[in-house]
Design a protein around this ligand. Structure first.
Ligand code: DGJ
Length: 590
């Protein structure tokens, strides 16, 4: 019986996948360990950027921005839609901005991911329409306790998750928006995905303390959440499960009975609490000891339930992938309320999954130095990675794509405060060329990426039939060959174009195995040397059989230089330079 159900289930999902692919409408599809965004039936890599919040509130302003995005090799822009501008009067909708953005995106051969700036943006509610803001009885605000975080004072103008009229108004408007997008775009697929709200969560206290919230907090944990936790007990995020375990794995009870004590209303939370600052992994390991977990879990559940209703309304009108984004814990912010409490952070991913099953991706706004650790935390339990906000470091783009299978990479404020530099534009150009090869292999062992900083030890990566040893060589310039066994590189000799006074750049490479003895490598940031050790039986030594520098034009490999002699140290040393693609064929000899 079980087998029959399983087979029927697989058949139904295969049929659905086929129908989705045939329609071309954007959707997500699993490939190995990766989840890919499929557009027009093919996997899509979003080399994106997010505009400043109000860039698209004026189409004239946007006209000056599109050419910059195209010049910087972006294929996708994340663009805000303000609820206030979309529904200036209750029930009256204005489609001018959305239509204008879609039309201009098409003219510029770009795709768009809209951000629904509605009930919340950075925790607060500044994009809610005037008719919502002024009616604080119909659309209630949260309340915080006396012991609010230091350094910020005054009232909190933040819509409450428990305002059902607010939720329904937001959902209705979002449904209208998605219906319209479906009408104008379901045949063209310019709009790829939607971010719903922005960095939700309670600020300045650990939870909402309005009478409605206090009542819910002292009541039982909803049965839907308890059932989800029971059903996923073995695969829950470890730091979350530890909290439940510590409190006796109770199957029912109030929030404090099941998840431990919340913060007393009048207890103050200092804004800066950990010294020295903590890394992502330290936050992960200490979350259950340091935090008033029940407050954060309670808020996560309430935001998730609210957002679920909004997403459901949108998907019922036009079903494309939808995600939420999280304002991350900063290194010195240990307590919820210093970061938005209840946002989709890794420690409460299970609560979001239980409360908002229609949300496809829980995404990080990733400005932190420990980029890779955050990618690890956001890819647990199969959460697809998409990075809607980040800085412009090209090495991060390469690592996110090659190692963490991201659906897209998107520096924030590309029209202004974080303009796209030539280095990121070049990396996007390189990734664009390699993307068919990368996307065909994402989620398998045939593609990865490596990051090297000045001073790092060499890194070994097993890929295909060889182990690659990657060694940082620093500068981006062409370097003369060095004797065998010696690392080529820094500092560059005079006349080679490098500036020895500049800080050596971080290097990253995407590494693709395309055959038993063949690789393609793409470099960003700085240069690295690549050595090979064979992992299969046969002669011990590995030779550089054929080294080509080149590019993909219309999907075809075009050799721009054949490298031997001085350019690979007489066949003995391979150096991958930034903004360069190499095709390397190896051979073995005794
Ligand atoms: C994070 C927010 O999500 C963005 O909308 C923007 O306000 C940036 N911070 C500003 O750096």
């Amino acid at each position: 019986m079980f087998a029959v159900v399983l087979i029927v289930g697989f058949a139904a999902s295969a049929t659905l996948a086929k129908a989705q692919d045939a329609s071309g409408v954007p959707h997500l599809r699993r490939q190995g360990t990766a989840t890919q965004l499929i557009v027009d039936g093919k996997p899509y890599l979003a080399m994106a950027g997010e505009l400043s919040n109000n860039a698209a509130t004026s189409l004239e302003n946007m006209d000056t921005i599109w050419p910059k995005l195209v010049a910087a090799n972006l294929n996708t822009a994340l663009i805000g839609v303000s609820w206030a501008q979309f529904e200036p009067e209750e029930g009256k909708f204005n489609f001018t901005q959305v239509d204008g953005v879609i039309a201009r995106a098409r003219e510029n051969n770009m795709h768009v991911i809209f951000i629904w700036f509605a009930s919340w943006k950075n925790g607060t509610s500044s994009f809610a329409p005037y008719w919502v803001k002024k009616d604080y009885e119909r659309f209630p605000r949260i309340q915080i306790g006396e012991g609010k975080t230091v350094s910020i004072s005054g009232p909190v103008e933040l819509l409450s998750t428990l305002g059902t009229a607010t939720r329904d108004a937001d959902a209705r408007a979002f449904g209208v928006l998605m219906k319209h997008i479906g009408e104008v775009d379901s045949a063209r697929h310019t709009v790829l995905m939607i971010q719903v709200e922005n960095e939700v969560g309670v600020l300045r206290d650990t939870r909402d303390r309005s009478p409605a919230a206090n009542k819910a907090f002292s009541g039982p944990v909803p049965a839907e959440l308890m059932q989800y936790l029971e059903g996923h007990k073995d695969s829950l995020i470890p730091e979350f499960r530890a909290v439940w375990k510590e409190n006796g794995y109770k199957q029912s009870g109030t929030w404090e009975e099941v998840f431990g004590p919340g913060k007393p209303a009048n207890m103050e939370i200092p804004i800066q609490t950990t010294s020295p600052p903590m890394s992502a992994l330290e936050h992960q390991n200490s979350w259950q000891q340091l935090h008033w977990a029940s407050d954060e879990i309670f808020m996560a559940w309430n935001y998730a339930r609210y957002v679920e209703k909004v997403v459901e309304a949108g998907k019922a009108a036009y079903n494309i992938p939808m995600f939420v984004n999280g304002w991350l814990q900063q290194p010195n912010h240990a307590w919820p309320g210093t970061y938005p409490s209840g946002g989709p952070l890794p420690q409460v991913h299970d609560v979001w999954r239980a409360g908002a099953p229609s949300v496809d991706i829980l995404a990080p706004d990733l400005y932190l130095e420990y980029f890779d650790d955050v990618c690890e935390r956001f890819t647990r339990n199969g959460n697809p990675l998409f990075i809607p906000e980040t800085s412009t470091n090209p090495a991060n783009a390469v690592v996110a794509v090659g190692k963490y299978n991201t659906i897209g990479f998107s520096p924030f404020g590309i029209d202004g405060n974080r303009p796209i530099g030539a280095d990121l534009a070049a990396t996007y150009g390189l990734l664009e060329q390699l993307s068919p090869m990368i996307l065909a292999r994402q989620g398998t062992d045939a593609v990865t990426a490596v990051r090297l900083n000045p001073g790092d030890a060499s890194k070994n990566v097993k890929l295909g039939n060889y182990t690659l040893t990657l060694t940082y060589t620093g500068r981006t310039t062409r370097l003369p060959p060095q004797p065998r066994g010696q690392v080529v590189g820094s500092p560059p000799p005079p006349g080679t174009g490098g500036n020895p006074n500049e800080a050596p750049p971080e290097a990253a490479a995407v590494l693709i195995s395309t055959g038993p003895d063949e690789y393609y490598f793409g470099g960003a940031g700085g240069a690295m040397r690549v050595d090979f050790t064979a992992n299969t039986p046969g002669p011990a030594n590995v030779g550089l059989g054929d080294v080509q520098e080149g590019k993909f034009a219309d999907g075809k490999w075009v050799v721009t230089r054949q490298l031997a002699g001085d350019d690979d140290a007489q066949g003995e040393i391979l150096v991958l330079r930034p903004n360069t693609i190499l095709r390397v064929t190896l051979y073995r000899y005794p």
